[in-house]
Design a protein around this ligand. Structure first.
Ligand code: MLT
Length: 404
């Protein structure tokens, strides 16, 4: 008889944002009169910028004419998009990344869940604690995480790198040597950023021990400080130890369109094998390419008009982040993040657990946030709010929280 992959049975509960979605649906069902403000999942609310809409329309029209119709996309992405990414996201920042090192996908969530497939099952994985749950859960599903300790909320074979107020939510190098190191900066969930000098230490460390850094830079568009790198390839030597994952969701509002990419440098090898070749093999086998119309929309992100319109959108969300940060700080909350990030990370008041504060906020203020403990044991006693709501809702949510 067929046997299932019983690693899935080890996963506790459901995916964090599914659990929150269910709780909020139930609350909303039993309180239909309440105006619930959602500052939980990091989902954008502004409509797509006009330059992107126009590119989508043109691409749809092309698909409707025999002479410009496109079938399967090239599995690694259209050259026009890979070139635009290499030029604007990398070469413009002094990073020598070529278009053929870019692998276009349907988003950074999928890439960050799938990338572990090209590494051996006995690889030791290191993650920040708290951490975006996809990195851990995908390794659990693969059978790389060991057993779950429900009291500690940790996996026996995962190396946890605590991110606490004491280290400004930027982890120290681990005591045990990992093979794969997941880093996300600006960080989800804490909103912390890493300086180039600190990131260089990680690159040097990974090169020294032969580890590979899986660097999630989905939130780079929110960086405001000069010494914070937008890409890990701004660090010397990163092309020989790092894969970078990027998204069009947070910088251009593609959460519903779906588009992202991974950068796997051609010279990145382990055990004499090119990781670029492995990821190309995996991508070619399991993926048929992001839709043409979406890739044309992605190209428009780099147009002059697209850049100007998206800068306004980012400024809008940054204003929200600033409002939450300052409003809660003034009200006596301990807050961080928000400066280089759309996420504000706050300490729960009165010693409440993360989920207690979630319930309190939902029931007393009709505001949804994300409990820090959903991101790992290090998030207990913390709470995340996103700046991706409308300005009006953000102001109202902060006022309601202050009035608690
Ligand atoms: C989050 O809220 O952490 C993110 O929106 C989740 C994601 O990007 O998948």
């Amino acid at each position: 008889m067929v046997k299932i992959n019983d690693n899935y049975l080890k996963l506790p509960g459901s995916y964090l944002f599914s659990t929150i979605g269910k709780k909020v649906r139930e609350y909303s069902g039993s309180h239909p009169d309440k105006k619930i403000i959602r500052l939980g999942i990091g989902d954008v609310t502004l409509p797509l910028a006009p330059a992107i809409i126009s590119a989508l329309h043109s691409a749809v029209d092309e698909m409707g004419r025999a002479e410009t119709f496109r079938g399967y996309a090239p599995d690694l992405g259209y050259d026009f998009l890979r070139e635009a990414i290499a030029e604007h996201d990398y070469r413009a920042r002094g990073c020598a990344i070529d278009a053929d090192e870019i692998f276009v996908s349907d988003g950074a969530k999928c890439d960050s869940g799938n990338i572990q497939e090209i590494f051996s099952l006995d690889s030791r994985v290191a993650v920040c604690d708290p951490v975006y749950p996809v990195y851990v859960d995908s390794n659990v599903m693969a059978g790389r995480a060991g057993n779950y300790d429900s009291d500690a909320g940790t996996w026996s074979d995962v190396i946890y790198m605590p991110c606490t107020a004491d280290n400004a939510f930027v982890p120290e190098l681990p005591d045990e040597t990992p093979d794969l190191i997941y880093l996300c900066f600006p960080n989800n969930p804490t909103g912390a950023a890493v300086t180039k000098a600190r990131l260089q230490e990680w690159v040097d460390y990974a090169c020294k021990v032969g580890a590979v850094i899986l660097y999630d830079a989905a939130y780079e568009a929110y960086i405001t400080e000069d010494d914070v790198p937008h890409s890990i390839y701004e660090c010397d030597g990163a092309k020989s130890c790092a894969i970078e994952l990027r998204s069009f969701s947070k910088n251009a509002g593609f959460t519903g369109l779906r588009l992202g990419f991974a950068v796997v440098p051609k010279g990145l090898e382990r055990g004499g094998v090119s990781l670029h070749a492995l990821w190309a093999r995996r991508h070619g086998t399991k993926y048929n390419g992001a839709p043409y119309i979406v890739q044309r929309a992605g190209e428009a992100v780099y147009s002059q008009a697209g850049k100007a319109q998206l800068a306004e959108q980012i400024a809008y969300y940054r204003k929200n982040a600033d409002y939450i940060y300052k409003g809660l700080k003034e009200a006596g909350y301990t807050v961080s993040g928000g400066v280089n990030s759309p996420y504000i990370w706050l300490k729960t008041p009165k010693g409440m657990s993360s989920w207690e504060f979630f319930d309190c906020l939902l029931e007393k203020a009709d505001v949804v946030g994300t409990p820090g403990s959903g991101f790992g044991p290090g998030g207990e006693g913390y709470f995340r709010l996103t700046a991706f709501g409308s300005y009006e809702n953000t102001v109202e949510a902060v006022d309601r929280i202050r009035a608690l």
